[in-house]
Design a protein around this ligand. Structure first.
Ligand code: SF4
Length: 393
């Protein structure tokens, strides 16, 4: 059975942001035709034999997919539609940077079927945006949101970065959150800055140019976002994501449930089920090598691995803890998790009982579910490691 979720990686960026360690392709002029030809070739090479391939979600991530422009995205979706069918209510997302959003591009995206945009705002402070080496300023970000809405794309997620170095003095996280709330987006994604050594920021850190935000600062920023976003009516439904009911990211939720998904484009990962096995595969992450392989009729695979029993336990625990879908509790874990509840790191729910009491669903006897709180999410890695070790005994 084919996966019902498809990720397409578009690697191009106008320039590298100071903190970015993604495998991107910096291009002043994007080779739209070459990229689309390679994407089409990958679809035909790897998925042409698929019959009745139906997709519930399609997600263009990057890099910066919006650099393909209105027509480029429309042509990419056209290629996909020749091989797969998009469900009538499919969620179709593109990541966009504000400087690429124009009224014409927004209309072209909407006409091609895009109904959700993840907008890389990052901050509303112009000085901070310059420090990040972003192309846009705050006014451009707000205009982009208006242009998307005017084109009929209301489901816009605003991306923001927190835990910046103390040297970035003009940025007030609280002010940024207030501005985000004032724009009433149905979804917000947060990224806690981590400094990778080979990025411009990492190099600056190495010579004492900046200091990394400490743990206390990270926690304060994270909890302030939790407080302000939930007060504004957004559910904190995953460690880094807030959304209105019914507007949580369906594509990302599939990742968090370990549902199989396909991936196209340089560096794209996918997860498939092969009999009893779960296999993760990924493409070569260098754009020119990926495109060259396809121009020669070769699979651009970068590698694959069969998930071991231990991998699967670790993944199930980590994914269960990171979203409010929660983690099914095993009998022998009750005491351990009850201690976490007492510490304020999560809550325990008897979903079978809840279902029976409210009568809204059939009692599915799902048993006890642990759901992490914001305080628990601050310790996500440690809690996941502890429970994985316990389950793997
Ligand atoms: S826009 Fe995103 S992917 Fe591109 S350089 Fe900046 S952070 Fe990296």
């Amino acid at each position: 059975m084919q996966p019902r979720h498809l990720y397409v990686h578009v690697p191009f960026c106008a320039r590298r942001c100071t903190y970015c360690d993604f495998a991107i392709a910096v291009r002043r002029v994007v080779p739209v035709d070459d990229y689309l030809a390679a994407l089409d070739a990958e679809l035909r090479l790897r998925f042409a034999a698929s019959t009745d391939w139906a997709l519930d979600t399609l997600y263009f991530g990057g890099g910066t997919p919006s650099r393909l422009g209105g027509e480029g995205i429309a042509r990419a979706i056209g290629s996909i539609r020749r091989i797969a069918t998009l469900a009538s209510d499919a969620e179709v997302t593109i990541e966009a940077n504000p400087e690429d959003v124009t009224p014409a591009a927004a209309r072209a995206w909407r006409d091609a079927g895009v109904n959700r945009v993840s907008l890389g705002v990052q901050s509303f402070d112009d000085e901070t945006l310059r420090w990040m080496h972003r192309v846009h300023d705050a006014a451009r970000a707000e205009r982009a949101l208006g242009e998307l809405r005017a084109a009929g794309i209301d489901n816009v997620s605003i991306d923001l970065i927190f835990a910046l170095p103390d040297e970035v003095t003009t940025r007030s996280w609280e002010r940024d959150l207030e501005r985000a709330v004032a724009l009433a987006p149905p979804h917000v994604s947060l990224y806690g800055l981590t400094v990778e050594p080979h990025t411009p920021l990492g190099k600056s850190l190495a010579v004492g140019g900046v200091t990394e935000a400490g743990e206390e600062r990270y926690e304060r920023d994270f909890l302030l976002a939790h407080e302000m976003m939930t007060a504004a009516g957004l559910e904190h439904y995953e460690v880094s994501n807030f959304g209105r009911a019914g507007l949580h990211s369906r594509h990302n939720s599939a990742y968090w449930r370990s549902v199989p998904y396909a991936g196209l484009g340089p560096g794209a990962h996918e997860l498939r089920v092969d009999g009893e096995r779960m296999v993760r595969r990924w493409n070569d992450d260098v754009y020119v090598r990926w495109a060259e392989a396809l121009s020669e009729g070769r699979d651009p695979i970068g590698g694959d691995e069969v998930l071991t029993g231990e991998n699967r336990i670790a993944e199930a625990v980590y994914l269960g803890l990171r979203s409010t879908a929660g983690l099914s509790v095993r009998g022998e874990e009750r005491d351990r998790l009850a201690a976490w509840v007492a510490a304020g790191w999560g809550t325990l729910h008897d979903d079978a009982l809840d279902d029976a009491l409210d009568g809204s669903r059939e009692s599915a006897a799902t048993g006890l579910i642990f759901r992490a709180t914001a305080l628990g999410w601050l310790r996500l890695d440690a809690l996941a490691a502890d429970l994985t070790a316990f389950r793997s005994r």
